[in-house]
Design a protein around this ligand. Structure first.
Ligand code: NAG
Ligand code: NAG
Length: 309
């Protein structure tokens, strides 16, 4: 009997211990060993001390690194300028309106009889130009070619000079003469070397325009827009630029002046063809703007497509 019962005990002991079902409240606080979330107070305390020390050391290391970094940078001047910087010295040209729906790419498509489609593009332009509403301020100046100004001043970009491309005129979209806005990327300290006389590789229209501009008003980075391909070139000769066909030099250099705004040029297509896609290329002209029209490495120019139904 006793042997049997002994055997029985042994046998029972060999059975895997049935794990006690934990209730939810026991998971939080288990009164048997006084543990919270599976750890005793002492264990939690050790953990807390470990992490406190760990994070303090981490914070000290981070502070040392930041100190080292900040000691070498200036609040207002970028550390790497012009040739040294990765952005490089060649300012890129951009255009607006640019759809935020990436599948549209650089195509500006609308039916000028459908207000919703027009409003889509004019809304994007409203958004783009809202920073330009600010024209009065402590360091805001209305600059002109024959004036000098303090380099810390900001030259106003006056919206009222966009003529038919002003927001009041709906940027020309309603009347089928849509405007595109061009802007050069900001590069700290970059000063344009301008063309004050026509050069043979300029489009004839631009050469003509230079010839008919007074010498003092030639202080511009010129822009020219054209059909990208032969068939497109024939289609639009009728383009206007507001307030002028270029970015005046008095907006440069950009020195991170508070409130600085890049100059913009509004380009109006007065007679775009209806129902066929146009491929437009706009180019910026200065002696120190390198041009490349290649698709992979476009420089000094921008292309977009235009489809008005
Ligand atoms: C030069 O400045 C005067 C006023 O200071 C102005 O009347 C004139 O139109 C300016 N000339 C040019 C070419 O901007
Ligand atoms: C611009 O003026 C120059 C010199 O006066 C002249 O040789 C050239 O043909 C003119 N170009 C145009 C496009 O009018």
């Amino acid at each position: 009997m006793s042997k049997n019962s002994g055997k029985g005990d042994k046998y029972e002991n060999d059975l895997p211990q049935e794990t006690r079902k934990q209730t939810f409240s026991e998971m939080i606080y288990d009164p048997r060993d006084g543990s919270f979330f599976g750890r005793t107070g002492k264990s939690w305390g050790q953990l807390l001390i470990f992490y406190t020390i760990f994070y303090i050391i981490l914070a000290i290391l981070f502070a040392i690194c930041m100190q080292g970094l900040l000691a070498t940078v200036d609040d207002f001047k970028p550390k790497w300028q012009l040739e040294e910087s990765l952005i490089g010295t060649n300012p890129g040209l951009g255009f607006r309106p640019l759809s935020e729906q990436t599948e549209r790419g650089s195509v500006i498509e609308f039916d000028n009889k459908k207000p919703a489609e027009i409003n889509y593009w004019t809304g994007l332009l409203d958004d783009f130009l809202k920073d330009y509403k600010q024209t009065e301020g402590r360091n805001m100046k209305h600059c002109d070619y024959n004036q000098t100004h303090n380099p810390n001043d900001v030259c106003v970009v006056d919206e009222n000079q966009f003529g038919p491309c002003s927001s009041a005129n709906g940027y020309g979209y309603k009347v089928g003469k849509p405007c595109i806005f061009l802007k050069l990327n900001k590069i700290y300290g970059w000063v344009p070397k301008i063309y004050d006389a026509p050069t043979p590789n300029m489009p004839v229209e631009l050469q003509y325009h230079l010839n008919h501009t007074s010498v003092i008003q030639r202080q511009n980075i010129w822009v020219s827009c054209n059909g990208h391909y032969g068939k497109d070139k024939e289609q639009f000769q009728d383009i206007s630029y507001y307030p002028r066909q270029g970015f005046p030099t008095y907006y440069y250099p950009y020195l991170n002046q508070p409130g600085y705004l890049s100059p913009i040029v509004a380009v109006q297509f007065n007679n775009p063809p209806i129902g066929s896609m146009l491929d437009v290329e706009c180019r910026a002209w200065a002696k120190n703007i390198i041009y490349s029209g290649s698709i992979r490495d476009r420089m000094g120019s921008v292309t977009f497509q235009f489809l008005m139904d």
